[in-house]
Design a binder for this molecule. Structure first.
Ligand code: COS
Length: 379
């Protein structure tokens, strides 16, 4: 059992209060319209949650705490998975910047990030999804600058009006594999940077996801994040944290689905009694709660290792794999408990079921997580 610090518990409480009292009421409308939930972001900035880990000198809350971030994302995801996703991706890009950025890069981007200008992470390409090393985006040295060309796809926190800065991974030396890739900080306002197709998604519909088009984007050498040739490693290191974030989001959705199922099962009367009186329903709930708790424990274990600066690649992959599957399992059974009503848009579970589905896919599919875990077990 985890013992949380007072600070972690109080941050969790703030997140829970906002999620339950503000985000929950908007989740349905945001899903239906697919609009970006600007007002939610404003609330999270006001409460210092979006900028939680950013040092105070840059305008953040100065709480660089992996467990606190996980607790925040879980609470938000219980009520609005789309908002949790936006926060999680912002945490991911901020985390990479804080770990790998120079003082000048931090001074340039962190104050904006602390005010709610969203960061993103651009690795995936149309031909390079699970095989991330197969990327084609090229950064070519030209004098003291680099010129970047390519298209990144499925980029979270990028929309027609959303997204401020991106960690972009590009090939700087072709033909030598992952060691020929470099990470760059790319600003939305740079010439040649544009937002391509914005995706019309099945779930988490309020979280903007688009193509990032890079056409002759000239960046100075000072935009290189970390060292030349370190791009893939930076991406993987960032994804260790990002996967804990998605695991947290999935835990939140799983717990949210259980709440909805318990509520419905207590109210729905069939055969003269609430359906929750049936052992069959109780067994469903037991299976759901057990998997959600197991996912929670795996997620916090990974977060705790990362917080201590210990290796966590395997544990992050386990948490992401298990929690993503658990979220879908819980939403599926919660919908089943709702019967026909669960299939209708009048009930939150219909949205949650769609929201959960991406959690077995993004930031590495369940199959990729199993690759990572399996490789680590045998090496
Ligand atoms: N932290 C630091 N370095 C890491 C790392 C990690 N978690 N994982 C891998 N690396 C390093 C390896 O050590 C290796 O470096 P060396 O050559 O110096 O040993 C290098 O990165 C390449 O690793 P590997 O050989 O494992 O790369 P592969 O091309 O086989 O890819 C997978 C491995 C499949 C795990 C990777 O491509 C992946 O995670 N794919 C999914 C991508 C993803 O999650 N996309 C979603 C994007 S966000 S929506």
């Amino acid at each position: 059992m985890y013992t949380f610090t007072e600070d972690q518990l109080s941050i969790q409480e703030v997140a829970r209060d906002i999620a339950q009292n503000q985000l929950k009421a908007l989740a349905d409308e945001i899903d239906k319209t697919g609009r970006f939930p600007e007002e939610n972001l404003n609330l999270l900035v006001e409460a210092q949650l979006l900028q939680l880990s950013i040092p105070e000198e840059y305008g953040g809350a100065g709480m660089d705490d992996e467990i606190a971030k996980a607790l925040v994302v879980m609470e938000l995801a219980k009520c609005c998975a789309a908002t949790a996703e936006i926060v999680d991706v912002h945490y991911l890009s901020t985390d990479i910047l804080m770990r790998k950025g120079t003082d000048a890069q931090k001074a340039q981007y962190l104050p904006e990030a602390a005010k709610g200008k969203l960061g993103g992470f651009a690795l995936t390409e149309p031909g390079a999804g699970s095989d991330a090393a197969g990327m084609k985006t090229r950064a070519v040295k030209d004098g003291s600058d680099y010129v970047i060309n390519g298209t990144k796809c499925f980029i979270s926190n990028l929309g027609p009006n959303e997204g401020n800065h991106f960690v972009v991974i590009a090939v700087t030396e072709p033909g030598i594999g992952t060691k020929g890739t470099t990470a760059f900080l790319v600003d939305r306002s740079m010439k040649g940077v544009s937002c391509g197709k914005t995706e019309d998604k099945m779930g988490i519909r309020g979280a903007a996801v688009s193509e990032l088009i890079l056409e002759d984007v000239r960046v100075p050498e000072s935009a290189v994040l970390g060292k030349l040739g370190e791009g893939f490693k930076i991406a993987m290191m960032g994804l260790d944290g990002g996967r804990i974030g998605i695991a947290s989001q999935a835990c939140g959705v799983a717990f949210g689905a259980i709440d909805e199922a318990i509520k419905y099962a207590g109210q729905r009367v069939q055969f003269g009694k609430p359906i929750s009186a049936n052992q069959g329903i109780q067994w469903y709930l037991a299976d759901m709660a057990t998997r959600a708790e197991a996912a929670w424990a795996l997620t916090l274990k990974a977060a705790s290792l990362r917080q201590q600066g210990l290796p966590c690649t395997k544990e992050a992959a386990m948490a992401k794999y298990y929690a993503g599957e658990a979220a879908c399992f819980c939403c599926d059974l919660a919908l089943q408990i709702h019967g026909g009503y669960g299939y209708m848009k009048d009930y939150a579970i219909e949205r949650m079921y769609r929201d959960a589905r991406i959690m077995r896919i993004y930031e590495g599919t369940s199959e990729v997580q199993k690759m990572v875990i399996g490789r680590m077990l045998i090496n």
